[in-house]
Design a protein around this ligand. Structure first.
Ligand code: KG4
Ligand code: ZN
Length: 354
């Protein structure tokens, strides 16, 4: 048997310091995540300076632990990959400098990875998925619909004009006094709530495109609370907010499915992949699954640990580029903004997320 290539990946673009080691066949040899969620919880969101300091402390022990888990030393590794953006620049810098240092000390190729490409290609190692497929990425930092055509060839159908879907959960939870991270807190509170109790507007419903907008929802929620007799039924508010976010994700995804099906790349069996922390939400999964079935798409949900931020997805993208011999120069500069589809036309409105 020929030797499998092995890549070590580092992720540090938000509030997780993570390292993973992956083989060419998708087998994960080591996977360690150190989360800062409890440190940021009192602030109701990630504080960039605090996050950077935590990455600095965590990165060495996390890498050491990953190598230990895999039972490997750097001599057995064939390349070092690290998130090079987009994300919080302090964390991205720490991951990048660490990866470059290991690569140059061990004489290994270095791969600067786009964090979004990590999410985009996760289903390639979890489900051995072939190109092309349609992706909904819904996390705390991004909400995008993309046609994943081939390695390095991604067509962005839509993105958010302002807040991400996860942000809508986090901000909604803060307004409702439910704590951080807001997604699980809202989902839990919503279990005993009535999703039809509070009328919230489904964002951009009358636009026939794939772009999202969630910032108005936060204002609508705050106003509905102000108008409502006290004490407010928190469970009803949580259930209504969750249902509205889910409806928005589903109706934009439906337009994307129609676009994907009519594209020239349309495969025999169209696949719809959902990734990002918001994909943990059971109601959202159910709604998207229903949609996918009605549109004759096979829905693929990578296991949750690979849906949220992790380093296995970064190591995997490094592997894909390693296998075609396309490494990055050590002069690579981290990119706080790094759109996956460089040619995407800007969505309408200001404050555009890439
Ligand atoms: O992908 P992720 O772990 O990190 C990045 O933002 O990249 O996503 C985190 C986001 C947070 O906004 C969190 O509130 C949301 O995912 N989230 C959820 C759930 N679990 C996490 N949103 C809705 N329902 C959930 N169960
Ligand atoms: Zn992410």
């Amino acid at each position: 048997m020929t030797k499998q290539s092995i890549i070590l990946g580092i992720e540090s673009s938000c509030d997780e310091t993570a390292c993973a080691i992956i083989e060419q066949n998708g087998n994960i040899l080591g996977n360690v995540i150190s989360s800062q969620a409890s440190i940021h919880a009192p602030n109701g969101g990630v504080v960039p300076e605090v996050a950077a300091r935590e990455h600095l402390t965590a990165i060495r022990p996390v890498i050491k632990e990953t190598l230990k888990q895999a039972g490997l030393s750097f001599e057995k590794i064939d390349g070092i990959a690290a998130t090079g953006g987009p994300g919080l620049i302090g964390g991205v810098l720490i991951g990048t400098v660490t990866a470059k240092a290991i690569a140059s000390a061990c004489n290994l190729p270095y791969y600067a990875i786009n964090h979004l490409e990590g999410h985009a290609l996760t289903a390639r190692f979890t489900h051995k998925l072939k190109f092309p497929y349609l992706l909904l990425l819904a996390s705390g930092g991004h909400t995008q619909l993309l046609s994943i055509n081939a390695l390095g060839d991604y067509e962005r159908y839509g993105t958010t004009l302002d807040d991400a879907a996860g942000e809508a959960f986090d901000k909604g939870a803060k307004i409702l006094g439910l704590g951080y991270p807001g997604g699980p807190a809202i989902e839990n509170a919503a279990k005993i709530g009535n999703p039809d109790a509070i009328k919230l507007p489904i964002p951009r419903q009358r636009y026939n495109d794939c772009h999202f907008s969630f910032s108005g929802l936060k204002t609508a929620l705050a106003q509905a609370i102000l108008k409502h007799p006290k004490p407010i039924p928190v469970a009803d508010f949580a259930a209504s907010l969750q249902a509205t976010i889910s409806a928005s994700l589903a109706n934009r995804s439906e337009i994307a499915m129609e676009k994907f099906v009519s594209s020239k790349l349309m495969p025999d069996e169209p696949v719809f992949v959902v990734a990002g922390g918001v994909a943990a939400n059971k109601e959202i999964r159910r709604d998207l699954e229903y949609l996918a079935t009605s549109k004759n798409f096979r829905m693929v949900l990578p296991p949750l640990e690979f849906c949220t931020d992790n380093a296995a997805m970064i190591a995997w993208v490094g592997m894909e580029y390693h296998l075609i011999g396309k490494h990055t120069g050590l002069d690579f500069a981290p990119k706080p903004r790094w759109p996956l589809d460089q040619e995407a036309s800007p969505p309408p409105g200001r404050g555009v997320r890439k």
